[in-house]
Design a binder for this molecule. Structure first.
Ligand code: HQG
Length: 184
């Protein structure tokens, strides 16, 4: 059977769902750092997607547009690199961000964001992008994208902690509005 881009996307979405949000759907328990043993993962995903196998899993991980998944060093385990709502510790080390980071959002959230800053909402962190182009892709998921410029170096000077995920997403606890430049 020939696997299409559409199949890969559908499988990737399912993998995100169970690795980030609803592991109980296939009866897996990611460990404290979000890892799941690969043989078990394949067997359990197969209960919902009968064609799933090791080759398909590798193809999804490799071709994923945002490198959403990662294997551990000896390739015995898999996890989502970020974006979880289940309680896990991704164990990222603090990192020094570039001077500016970006956040893509939409107009309807701006009043709130001006008032209370960026909050992590359902995720573990606020997600920030290293360039405007990436932030546009994040914002456009919700409508016409609005790009906020984040004064990351200023935040760092004032003791904020930043992490960078395996796939290059910058993460932090919150962004007070004093560190956000809003478009005109
Ligand atoms: C907004 C996707 C009101 C925030 C993307 C965003 C990213 C507020 C939404 C990753 C707010 C949360 C994360 C406040 C923040 N008041 N709204 N105080 N603070 N918001 O999905 O950053 O495909 O949790 O602007 O590409 O959109 O999942 O965060 O619109 O990398 O791999 O609340 O998810 O990647 O939405 O996206 P999200 P996000 P994946």
């Amino acid at each position: 059977m020939k696997i299409t881009e559409k199949d890969l996307k559908r499988i990737s979405k399912f993998m995100s769902l169970v690795l980030r949000h609803r592991p109980e759907l296939i009866d897996i328990q990611p460990d404290e750092n979000g890892w799941v043993a690969i043989p078990e993962f394949i067997e359990k995903v197969k209960t919902k997607l009968p064609d799933f196998d090791v080759n398909l899993m590798e193809e999804v991980v490799e071709k994923n547009d945002k490198k959403r998944f990662a294997f551990n060093d000896d390739k015995s385990k898999i996890r989502a690199s970020q974006g979880h709502s289940i309680k896990i510790d991704l164990d990222y080390k603090p990192a020094t961000p570039p001077e500016f980071l970006y956040h893509g959002t939409v107009a309807k959230f701006l009043d709130n964001i001006k008032y209370e800053g960026l909050r992590k909402m359902k995720r573990h962190h606020v997600h920030l992008s290293k360039d405007e182009e990436t932030a546009i892709k994040v914002g456009i998921r919700r409508g016409k994208p609005i790009i906020l410029k984040i004064l990351a170096s200023e935040m760092l000077k004032n003791n904020a902690t930043f992490y960078v995920s395996e796939n290059g997403v910058w993460l932090t606890e919150k962004v007070p509005s004093a560190y956000i430049e809003f478009p005109e």
